[in-house]
Design a protein around this ligand. Structure first.
Ligand SMILES: [Fe+2]
Ligand SMILES: [Fe+2]
Length: 470
């Protein structure tokens, strides 16, 4: 089952050949997808040979094949983790009962909406990043970007399969709409705000893959605990691919931070900007911006929808099946700070209503771990300054903090105290943009980013990750 059939026009491990209607419908969607890819997918190196991995099985070890591929020839397909017939509903009111192989009528619309919202982020990020390769700091980085892009395309396939296979006509319409919306478009924008933000520089790209793709990891983690088994199996395999995206962001920012530290030692006045690097205060502002934008994606701190999703088993907590013994989450509370009469006051919220906040805090702890790694890099380079995450209340545009101002430490402040320089200013953005010149010689790196410690899949750092001879 975990073997992927590459003889089919649409590679898959879901036995697509035995469902002719579904196969026909997806084969109709396939050319529309390829049109979308050509028109708003990567606009640089479109037909170059790129050293990419392709899934060949869903087994834990050795699932990927590495080789040169021209992106339009990438074999996008439908890959789900194996079915476990003993799997039970992990959490909520029906915990312990058999999982669903079909969509229960009463949950149909909500489940479809959940899948569409997740699905919409996948093509959105490809669109946001479509010109980035033109300013790649190295062939290694260009390759990582394009790997992320083809896999986000694959994730779109994963979600479209669910829509086509389980939601009939409505599902097919939604699949078409996924190719019609556009990141940042005034008339037909992508659903979530972070996925309409421009991504035109590599500091932003690495923040995005570190913080926004990591949001994806946690959303997929909650859906991997779903009672709807095909969704769970889909998300589990997506998480395997997602790990590389997070690596790209985390290590990419570490390399920019490390380079910043190195340049601050050699630059006149200790300012990396004097020698074409990015100073830590600027990096900190980008971290503030993207961490805050990504926090919004978890939804409101107190949410009856979140409680309903948990109760009915549509979503679980992060690692619900592994890390919890009480899967009901009833009779428990979570403390959430609320603004009341101009002050922050702790309020106890029924745990089920605080599920978004629980997932957000799991995410924030994971981000803290990443920041500790960056600070280790700074101390390795002999610097005693650090970068940090702002409070989860800082610069929020969704949820219970959105109508108030907070400083990066999370203290409630008035509007006059708000300092726009906590976020990237126009001049910061212009400076970062001015550094975006392509470096496409094999083994060479732009001055603002340190080379990685090792290459991809055992290849050397100075490997020809993108074939430069056309
Ligand atoms: Fe994705
Ligand atoms: Fe991703």
């Amino acid at each position: 089952m975990s073997h992927i059939d590459y003889d089919e026009r649409i590679p898959n491990n879901v036995d697509l050949g035995h469902d002719r209607r579904l196969k026909r419908a997806l084969e109709k969607w396939q050319p529309a997808y390829l049109d979308w890819w050509r028109s708003v997918g990567p606009q640089v190196f479109m037909d170059r040979e790129v050293y990419l991995r392709t899934a060949i099985s869903t087994d834990a070890g050795g699932w990927a094949n590495f080789g040169y591929v021209k992106m339009p020839d990438y074999r996008w397909g439908i890959f789900l983790d194996d079915r476990d017939d003993a799997r039970v509903i992990p959490g909520g009111d029906y915990a312990g009962q058999p999982v669903w192989q079909e969509v229960p009528g009463e949950h149909r619309n909500v489940l479809k909406r959940i899948i569409v919202i997740q699905a919409d982020t996948e093509p959105a990020s490809v669109e946001q990043q479509r010109y980035l390769a033109a300013t790649a700091p190295s062939l290694y980085d260009a390759r990582n970007l394009l790997q992320v892009n083809v896999e986000e395309g694959r994730h779109l396939w994963a979600m479209v399969y669910l829509l086509h296979a389980y939601f009939g006509r409505d599902g097919r319409d939604e699949a078409d709409e996924l190719l019609a919306r556009r990141a940042g478009d005034a008339d037909k924008p992508r659903i979530l705000d972070a996925f309409n933000q421009p991504c035109t520089d590599w500091l932003t790209f690495h923040c995005f893959t570190c913080f926004t793709d990591r949001d994806g990891k946690y959303q997929l983690g909650a859906l991997a605990e779903s009672a709807f088994d095909p969704l769970s199996r889909t998300c589990r395999f997506m998480l395997t691919e997602e790990a590389h995206h997070l690596f790209v962001g985390e290590s990419g920012l570490e390399r920019i931070i490390r380079r910043s530290a190195q340049l601050s030692r050699t630059a006149p006045n200790g300012d990396p900007r004097a020698v074409g690097g990015i100073d830590l205060p600027t990096i900190q502002k980008y971290i503030n911006y993207w961490f805050a934008y990504s926090l919004d994606l978890f939804g409101s701190e107190v949410s009856t929808n979140a409680a309903d999703y948990f109760a009915s088993g549509l979503k679980g907590r992060w690692r619900e099946s592994q890390d919890y013994t009480d899967h009901g989450a009833l009779g428990q509370q979570r403390t959430v700070a609320h603004v009341e009469n101009g002050a922050l006051v702790d309020r106890a919220v029924p745990l089920r209503k605080a599920m978004n906040e629980s997932l957000r805090q799991d995410y924030a702890s994971d981000c803290q771990r990443v920041v500790r790694r960056w600070n280790k890099a700074l101390s390795d380079e002999g610097l005693d300054v650090q970068v940090s995450l702002p409070s989860t209340r800082f610069f929020r545009r969704q949820g219970i903090y959105a109508d108030h101002h907070f400083d990066p430490a999370g203290e409630l402040i008035d509007q006059a105290t708000w300092d726009a320089a906590w976020l990237p200013t126009d001049s910061d953005r212009a400076y970062v943009q001015s550094l975006m010149k392509p470096v496409l010689e094999i083994g060479k790196f732009a001055n603002y980013i340190a080379p990685p410690k090792r290459g991809i899949h055992g290849q050397p750092v100075d490997f020809e990750y993108v074939r430069t001879d056309g």
